[in-house]
Design a protein around this ligand. Structure first.
Ligand SMILES: C[C@@H]1O[C@@H](O)[C@@H](O)[C@H](O)[C@@H]1O
Length: 148
């Protein structure tokens, strides 16, 4: 444990978040996501496994440390529902609330087709695999800048 660092943030996750720079992408994925195989293609090759936590809670804690990119229109992407691309599920609205609150402004979340999402995720810096049970709980968060 560390002062100021949320208990959910493991040493490996803390290292990864700190290493990342502006424009790097972090994947936060549900329990069905092919996290290990996708992670193998990422910059670090790391799949960071978080137990007993869903994507909403994981993002809430990560975003206490991690700024979202304000230089792009949509700093967060999510996987679109197969055969119902415009569907917005509860796991998505929950994430929307977390990112809006973390940044203190409305954040645009872009929807990406499933296989395009896997491709984008494979180019990310690292993958965080949660135990999220809700389907389509798969997100890519682009890191921003902390200004003094
Ligand atoms: C069809 C999709 O398959 C995997 O990518 C899961 O991570 C998603 O939640 C969804 O179920």
């Amino acid at each position: 444990m560390l002062k100021l660092i949320p208990p959910l943030i493991s040493p490996e996750l803390l290292l990864t978040l700190a290493e990342m720079g502006h424009g790097d992408d972090l994947v936060i994925a549900d329990r069905n996501f092919p996290a290990e195989s996708v992670a193998a293609s990422t910059v670090t090759g790391r799949c960071i496994r978080l137990s007993n936590v869903d994507t909403t809670e994981a993002a809430r804690e990560i975003l206490k440390l991690y700024p979202l990119d304000s230089f792009v229109e949509a700093p967060v992407r999510r996987m679109g529902v197969v055969d119902d691309f415009s569907a917005v599920l509860e796991v998505h609205t929950a994430m929307q609330e977390v990112i809006d609150e973390a940044e203190g402004r409305p954040i645009r979340m872009e929807t990406v087709e499933r296989f395009a999402f896997y491709e984008a995720a494979a180019k990310a810096y690292a993958v965080v695999r949660t135990t999220e049970a809700r389907p389509y709980g798969c997100f890519i968060l682009k890191k921003g800048v902390i200004f003094d």
